[in-house]
Design a protein around this ligand. Structure first.
Ligand SMILES: [Zn+2]
Length: 80
């Protein structure tokens, strides 16, 4: 797992009480295949389509989780 860094603003989580949360987005076909391959090969790592968000961006990210993470991050960035 990567250290928590907000996918929108790049802020790093310094403690585990500062509101950073993971959001799991709808997977693209490519991401699905990648995650499946990781699973089959027993590799550990950060699953595709899942990103960390700081307290400021978590709620909006959650609203957009029925899109892909690429789309959702682009949308949030365009709003700030
Ligand atoms: Zn943020």
């Amino acid at each position: 797992m990567r250290p928590p860094r907000c996918a929108v603003c790049g802020k790093l989580s310094k403690t585990n009480i500062d509101g950073f949360k993971l959001v799991r987005f709808k997977l693209t076909q490519k991401q699905k295949a990648f995650n499946q391959e990781m699973k089959e090969k027993n590799k550990t790592g950060h699953p595709k389509g899942t990103d960390w968000f700081c307290a400021d961006h978590y709620l909006r990210a959650k609203e957009l989780r029925n899109r892909s993470n690429i789309e959702a991050i682009k949308i949030i960035k365009s709003e700030i």
